[in-house]
Write a protein that binds this ligand. Structure first.
Ligand code: BGC
Length: 833
């Protein structure tokens, strides 16, 4: 099996949208779905192009309410390229297949080089056979360029053929069926004068309310052209080419597109910039060479390899999509990382807490990208402060969903497709997003030692988040504890108490424990700064001694609920009913969307001990066992391996993994104690997008948190790397199926650290040229590795934390063990569906 290739040997309209998402090409500035160039949106096809950070807002009436939505805008489509033999029908893949004239089809994504190839053999209704081969790139070298090369061979005929190569701005945001009925049009067109050069096309447009200027230019050139004309309609412009084909002789058409916006740096007017870039781009081969060389540099930095071809291929695909969403080209864009990548319109391109799962991999490979994503949050501190003030609070209240300006973008109603009902959505009550942002800042600092960032930006974020939570916590004199009321934890299936008017839950354990941790770390961050800066910041934020005392007091006295010897997800969780898991599985099969099932039955998950995703268990993911024990100890609660084991064993079977992030978290925390279950959960998470485990959701955009999170799991959990303190701590938990694991990392200013883990050995090399040694700790040993030196020890296996978990899983979860394509971890081909 080729570890770099995702391939399909047939055309399948049923899975075309999934393939479009998985075959998306991008470069961190923009991305285009892997859609058929000849097919406009509709039926099986949804070509979509998205530019990082470009949103537009539209107002609407839904279910009797006034709402407004910011969407990541579907930009003009640069792909359109249609073909036909003269007087024949235009190539239409669906029609060709339905009429039995699609002779062969192959599509191949080469993630090492970032090239999407498509080979189609068709016969038209007059019996003429043609071969069409297409190669496509979105340049990783020049973020504004993309190219499509089409080679046509008339197999058994000679004569003229027609090509239409166009730029189509008449696109709308219609990629997600559930959002239909909401406003879809985000572009307004003005008449665009065409350039003098007859090979060039230009399309200019603007977004409706955000008023971003967009320009797309294209240069189309054919190797055997007899005639070319240009024509334009409102929002559309194209070239008509007539080609002279001779039997068996290939003719190539190259289309190079350039995409610019009015937000770009070093640009006077985006239309002229796009034209100049398209005109100067050079031919497809030259572009390809620069593009593949940029990718090979990226892959050198992303080095992570395992002796398991199928797992490696999925990991490569995930790294590929991550780097296509955020790259060095996004660093100066002021864009966050959308939960569904730049790969589709699900969640409207919004930014959630998912960077929690995405940043660690980036931090240890491309710290400047991680920093840029944190800067996206820093720039939105004013909006978060305004939100806190509007809620009557101090500090910064980050929104659960964020887009352009950092206001709360979470929908207030959502559709249950099962019942057809629009329901009130309370998920904006997930205040914990702010805690994740503060945690991300601290983790970034730990792994990079970037005191500059901490001083200028990071500590401010942490203190303002801490301030919000310290204020949100109410002091209860009768128990001498602080409590947080009316919030939601990560589990989106619990948003209210049955019978209570106000939504929200009290004392969500994840929120409360993390609040205590963040309060302490924000003070650590302040203490880490040089005295002058510390003073400046305190002065600027008017952070008084009294407030600091409050931080410390809340961190010492936060309430954490417990029941039956385990941490409770929230106050009152113990009183909820047990769900008949076996019965629901039997009746519905896949019960990941239990919320929709129950609502359609007139019931609600709020009545049950049934969670969508890891909630309490997130604590075991974001904090190390030592960190969690510290917080609980300081709060005066039980802590340690036995509590951890009971709590993990309790919640696993009560969680249905309705979010792709959930099995990832479970895989991580079980890796310490139950390698086999952990491995299966890891595979479930690893193949969730490739196999479209959520039945149709990947076609609307990949799940970038799970994609990046699985790669990070191999890095930080299997290789056991942690960056706490100033020491690289190693505690590998290597699954036997992985064989040897090799990584290349950056850590605290060191560019090249190579690590190898095998069942019998752990080895770390600091590449020559480093200016200082690194400190490494493994088991009881702490050592310094000098530049150019290698340190190596036999790998000792041994479970430490927590104690053995008794995972009372009630039957196979969501058909994990019957997952298609993956059997024993060696065979199967996840792409061959
Ligand atoms: C999950 C959230 C996640 C969001 C975006 C939801 O289904 O419940 O935790 O942030 O998807 O990925």
């Amino acid at each position: 099996m080729n570890r770099w290739i995702l391939s399909y040997d047939d055309y399948d309209p049923g899975t075309e949208r999934l393939r479009e998402a998985l075959c998306t090409l991008g470069n961190g500035y923009f991305a285009t779905r892997g859609a058929a160039p000849e097919s406009p949106a509709g039926g099986a096809h949804y070509p979509g192009t998205y530019i990082a950070g470009c949103y537009d807002r539209q107002a609407a009436e839904v279910a009797g309410r006034h709402i407004d939505n910011a969407d990541l805008v579907n930009m003009p489509n640069w792909l359109p390229l249609a073909f036909r033999a003269a007087d024949g029908e235009w190539l239409d893949i669906d029609h060709a297949q339905a009429s039995g004239r699609l002779l062969s089809y192959r599509q191949e994504l080469d993630v090492r080089r970032g090239v999407l190839t498509r080979l189609v053999r068709v016969r038209d209704s007059r019996g003429r056979t043609s071969r069409v081969a297409q190669r496509r790139i979105v340049s990783m070298h020049d973020p504004h360029l993309a190219a499509l090369e089409t080679t046509v061979v008339a197999e058994d005929w000679s004569g003229t053929a027609q090509i239409v190569s166009a730029l189509d701005g008449r696109v709308v945001n219609a990629g997600v069926a559930r959002y239909r009925g909401l406003p879809e049009a985000h572009l307004k067109h003005t008449k665009t004068a065409q350039p003098d050069d007859p090979e060039l096309l230009l399309l200019r447009t603007r977004t409706n309310s955000s008023d971003i200027g967009i320009a797309v230019a294209a240069r189309t050139r054919a190797s055997a052209q007899t005639a070319a004309t240009r024509r334009s309609e409102h929002g559309w412009t194209g070239h008509d080419l007539t080609l002279d084909l001779r039997e068996g002789v290939p003719v190539t058409v190259e289309k190079v597109a350039a995409v610019f916006t009015s937000r770009d740096h070093a640009v006077e007017e985006c239309g002229r910039a796009a034209l100049a870039a398209a005109a100067d781009a050079g031919g497809f081969d030259a572009l390809l060479e620069r593009h593949t060389s940029a990718w090979s540099r990226l892959w050198r930095r992303c080095q992570l390899s395992v002796d398991h071809a199928e797992v490696q291929r999925a990991l490569n695909l995930h790294i590929f999509h991550l780097m296509q969403t955020v790259s060095e080209h996004s660093v100066n864009l002021d864009a966050g990382v959308p939960a569904r990548g730049l790969h589709g319109e699900a969640y409207r391109g919004h930014v959630f807490w998912d960077e929690l799962f995405i940043l660690p991999f980036l931090t240890m490979r491309f710290p400047q990208i991680a920093r840029a994503l944190l800067m996206y949050r820093w720039r939105r501190l004013p909006a978060a402060r305004r939100a806190a003030a509007a809620a009557g609070r101090r500090g910064a209240m980050y929104p659960w969903q964020s887009a352009a300006d950092g206001r709360e973008e979470t929908q207030r109603v959502h559709l249950n497709p099962r019942s057809g009902r629009w329901l009130t959505d309370h998920s904006h009550l997930q205040r914990h997003v702010g805690l994740a942002i503060a945690l991300n800042v601290w983790r970034y600092y730990e792994a990079t030692g970037d005191i500059e960032f901490l001083g200028e930006h990071g500590t401010e974020i942490m203190l303002e988040v801490a301030r919000f939570f310290a204020d949100l916590a109410d002091y209860d004199r009768s128990t001498d504890r602080y409590r947080i009321h009316g919030v939601m934890g990560p589990d989106e299936y619990h948003d209210a108490y049955p019978g209570r008017d106000e939504p929200g839950l009290d004392n969500n354990a994840y929120t409360n424990v993390l609040t205590a941790w963040v309060l302490r770390r924000s003070l650590d961050a302040l203490a880490a700064l040089p005295e002058d800066r510390r003073k400046e910041l305190r002065e600027r934020l008017t952070l008084t001694r009294q407030e600091i005392i409050r931080f410390e007091d809340v961190a010492r006295k936060m309430h954490v609920p417990f029941h039956d010897g385990v941490i409770s997800q929230f106050d009152g969780y113990a009183e909820l009913k047990e769900l008949d898991w076996a019965g629901y599985r039997e009746r519905y099969g896949d019960i990941r969307r239990l919320d929709r099932i129950l609502e359609a039955e007139g019931d609600s998950p709020n009545h049950y001990k049934a969670s969508k995703q890891a909630d309490v268990l997130m604590l075991f993911y974001v904090l190390s066992p030592g960190e969690l024990d510290d917080v609980l100890r300081q709060l005066g609660y039980e802590h340690g391996p036995a509590l951890a084991a009971r709590t993990i064993g309790y919640y696993l079977p009560r969680t249905c993994d309705g979010s792709t992030l959930s099995s990832l978290v479970h895989a991580w925390i079980l890796a310490r104690t139950d390698g086999d279950t952990a491995w299966n959960l890891f595979l479930e998470s690893l193949f969730s997008d490739i196999n479209d485990a959520q039945h149709g959701t990947t076609g609307e955009g990949v799940h970038l948190g799970a994609m990046a999170g699985t790669v990070d799991l191999v890095q930080r959990c299997h290789a056991g790397i942690s960056t706490r303190g100033r020491t690289l701590q190693l505690e590998p938990r290597l699954p036997t199926a992985i064989g040897e694991l090799r990584l290349g990392l950056r850590y605290r200013g060191h560019w090249g650290i190579d690590m190898t883990c095998r069942q019998d050995l752990i080895r770390v090399t600091l590449r020559p040229g480093a200016t200082s040694p690194i400190r490494v700790s493994y088991r009881a040993e702490e050592t310094e590795i000098q530049p150019g030196a290698t340190w190596e020890r036999p790998l000792q296996h041994g479970r430490t934390e927590p104690a053995q978990v008794d995972v009372a899983l009630q039957g196979p979860r969501n058909g994990l063990w019957s997952r298609p394509g993956v059997t024993d971890g060696r065979g199967g081909d996840p792409s061959a569906e």
